[in-house]
Structures are given as structure tokens and as C-alpha cells.
Design a protein around this ligand. Structure first.
Ligand code: BTN
Length: 324
């Protein structure tokens, strides 16, 4: 009932709804409505109540609950189903557990992860309410070898989404988003597949939004949106990213069109024109990055002065001097 009342108020888009209207719609007394409103307020919603006019939401709490996310999102695939946790091990792990039983576009959001995972088995620091910790479940009809391109769609969506909110960031091909040479966001794409067909893809996005103090081991390399001087709400960032993601993803799946995504990745690359180290297993080579191909591969000049293409997902990139 609380959720139904909340949805009525959210649907009214910051206009008043009378207690009478709510009580008639839901078949409960006005006193019951008032009691639920009190509980909704306890959750952090600011609700104005005016005699004869009723109730209106003035401000939503800074939470990424399904009600708040759905209210803000204008997508048709992503976030139609949302699974929300106050705290969980890892949203990617949970997404993989439920992937086969849920619809494409289902997203898992947590306020906190206690076993957040980064690439290469690293720990991903995910403090409660400090960032966006989200996993998107996709079921694309593409070959498994094509799935790594979805990481680049995520990267392009993050950069484009942030730009819409006035934040300039760059992509350290293919997984990291950086601001002022420090990592603000990372992508962990995982695949459930057979040899020739994908069962699901889980795209995990972690973004440091409000974090000020990072653990000692990542301090010199990590930053957050707030640390870079931007006072943005998590919901606004999540909305922009998911809406961009849906657009670029649909264009790729429905029209096989990668051009806009690649263009964003190229224009906002942190490494094109730079020397970086390429890591693959125990191997470490210093190379110069020169381009990204129409398929999303990184073009480099190797240590023997020969052009080579690197496929995302197969290598890691380290900066020449600092992080980038
Ligand atoms: C990286 O840069 O190494 C990737 C970091 C990915 C972190 C996100 S947070 C949401 C999702 N759940 C996880 O456990 N990891 C990803």
C-alpha cells in the first residue's frame, strides 16, 4: 500500500494529490493514507501537506530505489524490472544468478556492495550511498566473440551521460572512465555463453559519486564526481547513463550500427596518441596507441614499429607514467 501511495504521488510529478483522491483510488480511509504518508516521510521523502489541497512530493531521498529510478527513467528496455538491495555481496554476482530467469534489461542496484568485484579479481570499493553500483542483464542475439563490444557501449554511455550533466571525462580503453587522470568509474562485463550463442551478458558499472576518502591502495589512482568538484545526484547520473546505453545498445543490436559508439570512444579517448603498457598474462609491452577501429579494437604501433590491433577483453592497459 505504501508503494502504491508513493507511486500516485510520484506520478503527479510534484503536484498536489488530495487525501480523498488517494483514499478513493485505493479503497482505504483518509487516516490510513495519512499514516502511510508518515511512513513515506520517514524514508526520507519531503512531502508538503496543505489543507484542502492534499499532499505533494517536494524532494525524493538520495536513494536508488526502484520507485525513484523508474520515476526518473524514460527507457523502454532498461530498468523495466529493477532488483534493489540496501546491501549485497556483488550486483554482478547476483545478476548472474538470476540472469536466465529474468527479462532482458533487468537491472540490479545496490546502495552498498560488500564483495564488489573489479576486473582481474580485484576488490571494488562500494561504500553505502557513495556511488552507483549497478548491473544490467542483457540477452543479445550476437556471437560470444562480439560481446566485448558491449563494454565499449557502456564506456561511451558513461562519458556521454556525464557530458550531458556538464562533466568531462575520458575513456581509458576499454573499461575505465577517468577524470583528471584518475579513475572515476569502471566496467566489468561478464558473459554466460555456449560456444556459439550467448545466454546472457551482465554489464556491471561502478561509479564513485560522493566518495571523498579512498583506501590507501587506490588513493592515488581513484577519484569521485564530488572530489572533482561536481555536486550531482546519483539518480541524475544513472538516468543519463542508462538512457544513453539503451540508445547505443539498440542501435548496435537492431541496426548493427557501431559508428556513434566508436566515435564517442575515439573522441573521448584518454590513450589515443599516447604511449601505454599493454599487459597480457605475464607479458608487458610498451606501445603507442593510434586509433580505434570500426569494430572497437585498439590500433597500436608495437615495440617493433609494426601496426597491431588489440581486442578488448584480452589485454589490460597501464599508463606510461601515472595511472594513464
Ligand atoms: C573495474 O574497473 O575493474 C570494474 C569495476 C566494476 C564495478 C562494478 S560495481 C557494480 C558491479 N558489481 C560488481 O561486483 N562489480 C561491478
Amino acid at each position: 500500500m505504501r508503494e502504491k501511495i508513493l507511486n500516485i504521488l510520484l506520478d503527479k510529478n510534484k503536484e498536489f494529490v488530495s487525501g480523498e483522491e488517494i483514499s478513493e483510488k485505493l479503497g482505504i480511509t483518509r487516516t490510513a493514507v495519512w499514516k502511510h504518508i508518515k511512513n513515506i516521510k520517514k524514508q526520507g521523502y519531503e512531502i508538503e501537506s496543505v489543507t484542502k489541497k492534499g499532499y505533494k512530493i517536494v524532494k525524493c531521498p538520495d536513494l536508488l530505489t526502484p520507485e525513484i529510478v523508474k520515476y526518473n527513467l524514460s527507457t523502454s528496455l532498461l530498468g523495466k524490472e529493477i532488483v534493489y538491495f540496501d546491501s549485497i555481496g556483488s550486483t554482478n554476482d547476483y545478476a548472474k544468478e538470476i540472469a536466465k530467469d529474468v527479462k532482458e534489461g533487468t537491472i540490479i542496484i545496490a546502495e552498498e556492495q560488500v564483495k564488489g568485484r573489479g576486473r582481474m579479481g580485484k576488490y571494488w570499493h562500494s561504500i553505502k550511498g557513495d556511488g552507483i553500483w549497478v548491473s544490467i542483464i542483457l540477452k543479445p542475439d550476437i556471437y560470444p566473440y562480439e560481446a566485448s563490444f558491449i563494454t565499449q557501449i557502456a564506456g561511451a554511455s558513461i562519458v556521454k551521460g556525464l557530458k550531458k550533466l556538464g562533466v568531462d571525462s575520458l575513456i581509458k580503453w576499454p573499461n575505465d572512465i577517468i577524470i583528471n587522470n584518475k579513475k572515476v568509474s569502471g566496467i566489468l562485463t561478464e558473459l554466460g555463453a555456449e560456444i556459439d550463442r550467448i545466454n546472457y551478458v551482465v554489464v556491471g558499472i561502478g561509479m564513485n559519486v560522493k566518495t571523498i576518502d579512498f583506501p590507501e591502495n587506490v588513493k592515488s589512482m581513484a577519484t569521485s564526481i564530488r572530489k572533482e568538484g561536481y555536486n550531482l545526484e546519483r539518480i541524475d547520473i544513472l538516468k543519463e547513463i542508462l538512457e544513453e546505453f539503451e540508445r547505443l545498445y539498440s542501435n548496435y543490436i537492431e541496426n548493427k550500427d557501431k559508428t556513434e559508439c566508436i566515435e564517442i570512444c575515439k573522441q573521448n579517448s584518454a590513450i589515443i596518441g599516447k604511449y601505454v603498457y599493454v599487459l597480457k598474462g605475464d607479458e608487458k609491452r610498451k606501445v603507442k596507441c593510434i586509433d580505434i577501429t570500426e569494430n572497437g579494437n585498439l590500433v597500436i604501433i608495437n615495440d617493433n614499429n609494426v601496426k597491431e590491433e588489440l581486442i578488448s577483453g584480452e589485454v589490460s592497459i597501464r599508463g606510461d607514467k601515472n595511472y594513464v
